[in-house]
Design a protein around this ligand. Structure first.
Ligand code: TXA
Ligand code: MG
Length: 336
């Protein structure tokens, strides 16, 4: 476990040097932990794909710490992108714009666009600044697994494949950044995330909803993603129906406290606050998958604010849905 180091002046300096020399450093952002390499060293970026077992067609987000770095990455930064960045950077928003030819193909998986984000986590900003280069970083999980919100989770997924893991504690937002494609004429939502659609629309007006199931616009938003090892089923039914149910081997994952006595329930937020639900979703899934439970039955949340990102992740994590028929819980697997 000596890969995991507490953040300090010394460990930050070491991490920055590893990045400059073509190594891999996992670091906290405000959303989830990222697995970083210098965006301008293609061999280093190749190691990210190997470490995660991530398919090469899935492009990475490039993290920056200064405005000038936009100019090193993007050939065009449309006015709408400027407005959004001004309002929400540093923060959990990723903007996709046409790339400069200097950005290595492996970073963008051969696309003509590049995804850019300025994170707000002080450790991420300090690491990028000290490394002196933009850092390409996907979430620091094994491909297809739940994103890590703690340093130990990075280690358990990637272990020896990472050179250093900077431990900055639990990441506060807990779901990944919102990803937007920004063109001259339109803005398209490719992945709901840490900044709510409603907030973004206040700045640029109507945003198209894209990135549905395996859309070629966002190769990484695969239908089956974020899968925990204990199968998860989305509950389709009324919460009252759970009241009379007795069932062993399952846990109900609830966004707010539930009035049931015979079921095991895991409450994500005592106050039913969507921010808390998002913040604890991934870490709770990782905890539950270490148990010998048969299934996780997740209650849906309202699709507004951060609820949109939460539902997106739950749908992708789900093996199917759960319903109650004649007083019994039925788990239905979705067709592949
Ligand atoms: O919060 C986050 O965004 C975290 C932290 C580490 O910053 N990163 C993250 O990266 O979630 P990753 O690789 O797990 O997800 C990046 C998403 C993928 O769905 C990918 O397909 C999409 O962004 N993406 C990246 N570049 C793209 C591009 N040029 N066009 C379309 N989609 C792109
Ligand atoms: Mg990811």
């Amino acid at each position: 476990m000596d890969k995991i180091v507490k953040v300090s002046r010394d460990t930050l300096a070491r991490a920055a040097q590893i990045i400059r020399e073509g190594g891999l450093v996992a670091f906290p952002t405000e959303t989830v932990y990222g697995l970083g390499a210098s965006a301008f060293l293609p061999q280093a970026v190749a190691r990210i794909f190997e470490a995660k077992k991530r398919p090469r067609f899935d492009p990475l987000i490039v993290h920056i710490a200064r405005w000038e770095e936009v100019g090193e990455l993007c050939s065009v930064f449309p006015p709408q992108a400027r407005l959004l960045a001004k309002q929400f950077w540093p923060g959990p928003l990723t903007l996709i714009c046409p790339k400069k030819k200097e950005v290595p193909e492996i970073v963008t998986a051969g696309l003509s666009t590049v995804a850019v984000r300025m994170p707000s986590h002080p450790v991420a900003l300090e690491l990028i600044t000290r490394a002196g280069v933009p850092i390409a970083a996907p979430s620091a999980n094994r491909f297809g697994h739940v994103s890590p919100t703690r340093a130990e989770e990075v280690f358990s997924d990637l272990g020896e494949a990472v050179d250093l893991i900077l431990d900055g504690g639990k990441t506060p937002v807990g779901v990944e950044s919102t990803v937007l494609l920004v063109e001259e004429e339109r803005v398209v939502l490719l992945r709901p995330g840490g900044i709510a659609l409603e907030e973004l629309e206040k700045v640029v007006g109507k945003i198209e909803i894209g990135g549905k199931e395996e859309s070629p616009l966002s190769p990484g938003t695969l239908k089956k993603h974020y899968a925990p090892q204990v199968p998860l089923y989305l509950f389709k039914g009324k919460n009252e129906e759970l009241k009379e149910l007795t069932e062993n081997g399952i846990v109900v994952l609830a966004p707010f406290p539930l009035d049931v006595s015979r079921l095991k329930v895991r409450v994500l937020s005592e106050r039913g606050d969507l921010r808390e639900v998002a913040a604890f979703l991934f870490s709770t899934l990782r905890e539950l998958e270490k148990t010998s439970l048969r299934a996780i039955v997740a209650l849906p949340v309202e699709e507004k604010g951060l609820g949109r990102a939460v539902m997106d992740r739950l749908r992708r994590a789900a093996s199917g849905w759960a319903q109650i028929k004649a007083g019994k819980l039925i788990l239905v697997d979705k067709e592949e």
